[in-house]
Write a protein of this length. Structure first.
Ligand code: KG4
Ligand code: ZN
Length: 352
């Protein structure tokens, strides 16, 4: 079964064709990230306008690369939440229109849940993808860490899962982005912090780890503030000094130490909770997903400290893409009815 996936929840306009939930025939991603760089974060109006401009060519390219015509496509899948309202509207309107015009069943997909399914893609003829050889065994534990989400999910069976941990405040990717801003490093913050941290000492600055009531829950807002205070301290300024002027006063060595100390503390919190959950749930496999799962230091820590078999997907499938949307839709259609394209609405605050 070949499913065309469409994803537009943030700043990536993506379309992909995936067969039987694991064979990736195409994966096209156009990002408006460069347009947002000047503002230090995603500007929703710019993202929506950019989706509108490129969605049709992106879908056409995904079909072309896959070698499929409309007659070969069995269903369409689209992200309907969570995400930016204007961005979600472009993807869902396009998918609804195509489903009606081409007479295809439509599946509405939860973006966060789909990040888990990026790890089920294990076959492709496309170049430059490093995929796992097998699908992860169930039950599995998933650590989904992105700019909008930090979730620990226990997936017993397809469509039977429990969110066992979540963030109380900032998502971990959001904390990377905000700390990068304090240090004057370019957006998106995750890759910039990872790069800066390579020249720093992760034990140079002692930063706090949040203690949460929920055994598997996260909090990153206090850590972000602690980095701000440490940066002020290093720059010889107090809290009244404008944070956006701090970076100019810091040396590269100070920035590297702050980046390395922040990264180590944030990732240790993730690993601590993941280890606790593995001890309690004894899953058969572990997957990591979401943009922060692209972080090489996180991958190294997982490899060294996690005893369970871990499926790592290619970094290009950790960040937002439509292959994961099409992969999840394959498992969804096995035990649920398609969505009515005339009534489907976006849900920007959709929870798991
Ligand atoms: O999954 P994603 O592409 O979009 C959301 O659903 O949010 O994740 C984007 C987030 C951003 O916060 C970005 O800074 C972070 O993932 N990110 C990273 C890395 N690459 C992207 N964080 C840490 N290390 C990285 N290498
Ligand atoms: Zn995402």
């Amino acid at each position: 079964m070949k499913i065309l996936g469409i994803e537009t929840s943030c700043d990536e306009t993506a379309a992909a064709v995936v067969e039987d939930g694991h064979r990736m025939l195409s994966n096209v991603v156009a990002t408006s990230m460069d347009l947002h760089k000047a503002y230090g974060g995603v500007v929703p109006e710019i993202a929506a306008r950019s989706h509108l401009e490129v969605i049709t060519p992106v879908i056409e390219e995904a079909l072309k690369v896959s070698g499929c015509g409309w007659g070969d496509i069995d269903a369409i899948a689209v992200t309907y939440g969570p995400g930016l309202g204007g961005s979600l509207l472009i993807g869902t309107m396009t998918a609804k229109t195509l489903a009606i015009a081409k007479k295809k069943p439509l599946y509405a997909i939860n973006h966060v849940e789909a990040h888990i399914y990026a790890n089920f893609i294990n076959e492709t003829k496309l170049h430059n993808y490093k995929l796992p050889q097998t699908s992860p065994a169930l039950p599995l534990l998933a650590l989904i860490v992105s700019g909008g989400h930090s979730h620990l999910i226990y997936l017993k069976n397809h469509s039977d899962y429990e969110v066992i941990g979540r963030t109380y405040d900032d998502a971990v990717g959001e904390a990377f982005d905000k700390v990068a801003k304090i240090l004057g490093l370019p957006y998106p913050g995750g890759p910039s912090i990872q790069e800066a941290a390579k020249d720093g000492n992760s034990r140079a600055i002692k930063l706090p780890k949040a203690k949460m009531a929920g055994k598997y829950d996260f909090s990153f807002s206090g850590l972000k503030t602690a980095v701000l205070r440490a940066a002020q301290d290093q720059a010889g300024k107090d809290f009244t000094f404008p944070s956006y002027e701090l970076a100019e006063l810091l040396t590269n060595a100070q920035k590297a130490n702050l980046a390395a100390s922040f990264q180590a503390t944030a990732l240790e919190s993730l690993i601590d909770k993941l280890k606790t959950a593995i001890d309690d749930y004894s899953p058969l496999s572990v997957v990591i997903g979401g943009g922060v799962a692209a972080n090489s230091a996180l991958r190294q820590m997982v490899e060294e400290q996690i005893p369970t078999e871990v499926n790592y997907t290619d970094i290009k499938l950790c960040t937002d893409n439509a292959a994961m949307i099409a992969a999840l839709a394959y498992f969804k259609q096995q035990n649920s009815e398609p969505t009515d394209p005339y009534t489907l609405e976006i849900d920007p605050n959709l929870s798991m």
